[in-house]
Design a protein around this ligand. Structure first.
Ligand SMILES: Cc1cc2nc3c(=O)[nH]c(=O)nc-3n(C[C@H](O)[C@H](O)[C@H](O)COP(=O)(O)OP(=O)(O)OC[C@H]3O[C@@H](n4cnc5c(N)ncnc54)[C@H](O)[C@@H]3O)c2cc1C
Length: 408
């Protein structure tokens, strides 16, 4: 069997390695170039993502990236504590979350794929697909084609494969907060070790974490109710961003002003989206299927997108190993995954909404959050185990399931 994987981001290379373990040859086709610069953004890589990598012996090189985060604490604009939340404190393997540069995660995963003999073809932009008698042909923007038994869309939130499977698929949903952040070397903020401090500021959500090498990782979520027109954000200069962030954080306690001053130029921000329900995860014929953000995307507030896409990759490989044909493997994969990921997307939506609360919403939020976080702190993180405690035993056979017999 040969799989064509569209997208060499987070899910694509890992799926290719997982498929090789179950005897399926896979090639990854990535639109970007090998040396694309993905500097800037950092990512919270949660314990369940590491668990998925561990299931196929890929965790090692990723574990050494970045900085562990054991706890998140929350304060309001005045610096009053709203509570704290342990990260995956109840996992039996002790795995916690790790804050890492996105670029390093992409690099390590594609290096791992190469070391496992996976071919990644760069500058190959997927534009469409056709069925053959027994498989599928992928077409690329440069006029080239590739033929395989099935095709996997790991091509992210604006997935072309999703639209190939279902031309009427709903578009991604705009999340009304922007995202900006990075790493400030040589700026040490006052915060406990391995703790991310998150501030529900008066006008803007702002977060920081001290790193062991004397730097600071940070991000902010400036509210923007309506999706900005194309070109608006890319037209903002470093000075525009810095000025706006300063204004948003004016009067709030904490180190945001120092961070905004010291953050390396140029500052740039992103719009974000989520993808609540994708009707068709596969084509029903065993030829095309979606994983990762192509199938479901959560707002960054959940910090779960990468982890979910890796769970998908490993579980899809298990299904292809254990089910008699690709069509039933895709149906079982969807049945095993859909409820969990849609619940996480909803969790992310609620977390984002709290970041963009208006004056009344802020009062309610400041009253409610201590109750919610108080519960999480009292149970030692047990209430978050559904999210971060997910475990995959790769060797356990998967049993056929359908949408009607979904696992929880
Ligand atoms: C601002 C921001 C902050 C985030 N923070 C976090 C976080 O802290 N923690 C977390 O877990 N998640 C976070 N996420 C979400 C996370 O980045 C995604 O969930 C994750 O990258 C999904 O992996 P993926 O492989 O499905 O898609 P991607 O990583 O997006 O990879 C898709 C790949 O497909 C390629 N591609 C696209 N179209 C084509 C095409 N037509 N042909 C060929 N290749 C194509 C793209 O170039 C890309 O390399 C964040 C997202 C954003 C936007």
């Amino acid at each position: 069997m040969r799989a064509l994987i569209i997208g060499g981001g987070i899910a694509g290379p890992v799926l290719a390695v997982a498929l090789r373990r179950v005897g399926i040859d896979a090639t990854v086709f990535e639109r970007g170039s090998r040396d694309d610069d993905r500097r800037g953004a950092w990512i919270t890589f949660q314990a369940n993502g590491m668990d998925a990598l561990r299931a196929i012996d890929l965790a090692g090189p990723v574990e050494s990236l970045g900085y562990p985060v054991d706890e998140i604490s929350f304060v309001n604009g005045k610096g009053r504590s709203l509570g704290r939340m342990p990260m995956a404190a109840r996992r039996p393997d002790g795995q916690t979350s790790v804050m890492m540069p996105r670029a390093d995660l992409y690099r390590v995963l594609s290096d791992q794929a190469a070391q496992h003999g996976v071919e990644v073809e760069y500058d190959r932009e997927f534009v469409g697909a056709e069925y053959t008698a027994t498989g599928v042909i992928a077409r690329f923007a440069d006029g080239s084609t590739a033929e395989g038994d099935f095709l996997v869309g790991a091509d992210g939130i604006h997935s072309r494969v999703r639209r190939t499977i279902d031309p009427d698929a709903a578009p991604p949903r705009y999340v009304p907060v922007l995202n900006i952040g990075g790493y400030v070397p040589g700026l040490s903020v006052d915060a406990p070790d391995r703790e991310f401090v998150m501030q529900f500021g008066t006008r803007c959500f702002f977060a920081w974490m001290k790193t062991p090498d004397g730097g600071t990782v940070w991000f902010a979520n400036p509210p923007m109710k309506d999706e900005p027109a194309r070109g608006v954000l890319s037209g903002m200069s470093d000075a525009d961003w810095r000025g706006w962030l300063r204004e948003l954080m004016r009067g709030d306690s904490g180190p945001s002003a120092r961070i905004i001053e010291a953050a390396p130029a140029p500052l740039t921000g992103w719009t974000t989206y989520d993808m609540p329900v994708v009707r068709h995860w596969h084509d029903g014929r065993g030829r095309m299927v979606l994983i990762g953000d192509a199938a479901h995307a959560t707002s960054p507030a959940a910090g779960q997108g990468a982890a979910m896409s890796l769970e998908d990759a490993v579980i899809l490989a298990q299904c292809l190993r254990d089910l008699p044909d690709a069509a039933s493997a895709f149906a079982t994969y969807e049945a095993l995954r859909r409820d969990r990921v849609e619940r996480i997307v909803e969790h992310g939506r609620r977390s984002s909404a709290q970041k963009a609360a208006g004056p009344i919403g802020r009062v309610v939020r400041d009253l409610m959050l201590p109750i919610i976080f108080g519960r999480a702190a009292r149970d030692g993180g047990e209430s978050m185990m559904w999210l971060q405690g997910h475990h995959i035993d790769f060797d356990t056979p998967v049993v056929a399931a359908t949408a009607d017999t979904r696992a929880s």
